[in-house]
Design a binder for this molecule. Sequence first.
Ligand SMILES: [Zn+2]
Ligand SMILES: [Zn+2]
Length: 231
Amino acid sequence: MSWNGTVRCGYCYKSGHNKRTCPEYTERVLERAARENDPDGYWTKIYVKRTGLNPDGTDAPKEAKRQQVRRCTYCGAKGHNRRTCEVLKRNIAEETLENKAFRVKLLAEMEEKGLGVGALVKAGWDQKVRMVAEIKWDFMNHKTVPSNNAMPIIICEIANPRRRDSEYLPLMGECTEHSWGRDRCQVVSPIHQSAVTNTMPADWLTGRSGIKAMFDKDARSACYWDNYYER
Ligand SMILES: [Zn+2]
Ligand SMILES: [Zn+2]
C-alpha cells in the first residue's frame, strides 16, 4: 500500500498490483531465466515459483510449487513467521529512530515558517491564496517527505472551504529541500509558531506513528532472497 491507500507496484509503479504479480517483472524474470539457460539457475527458480511454468513454457513439476517450506514472509527465513520476526522488529525500530530524528527537525522547520492549520499559502496550479485546513501528520516521515511521496497538507479555498485539495509541503529547510513540489506551495501568512503543534498527534515526535504502513504485508527485508535460497 502506498500512502494514499492504493496498491502500487514497486517495480513498474503502476497501480492495481504489486511486484509479486507484476506482469512486467515476470517478463523480466523470464528474459533472465532464458539467458541463464540453467534449470537450477537463480532466475529460473524464481520464474518457476511465480508461474508454475518452465522458462520454455512447459509445466514445471508440481513439487516445484507445492514443496515450499513455510517461510517468514518478511525475511524469507525458515522457522518463524512474520509476527515473530526479529528482523522485522529490528527494522521497524531502526526506521522509527530515523523518523524520530527527522520529525524533530521537520517540526522546527514548520514552526520557523509558521506552517500549520490556519496558515495561508499560495498553492495549486493557479497559485491562489488558500488556507491550510488540515495536516496529515502521519503521512510525514523520513521517507515520504524527502522523496516527495506525500501530499500531507490539505488546503481549502478561502471563499469555499469545502473545496479541498492535497498539497506538498513548501520548501522550508533541510528536511524539504529535495521537494519537487517546492514551487507549488509557499506560506504567505504564517500562524504563530506556538500554534503549529495544536493539531499534532501526541505520539508524533516518537517517530512511531505511520511507520507500520511502511511494513505492510508486501514489504520484504533486503535479505529476503538471500535467506530464501540459503540451504
Ligand atoms: Zn508492476
Ligand atoms: Zn523473519
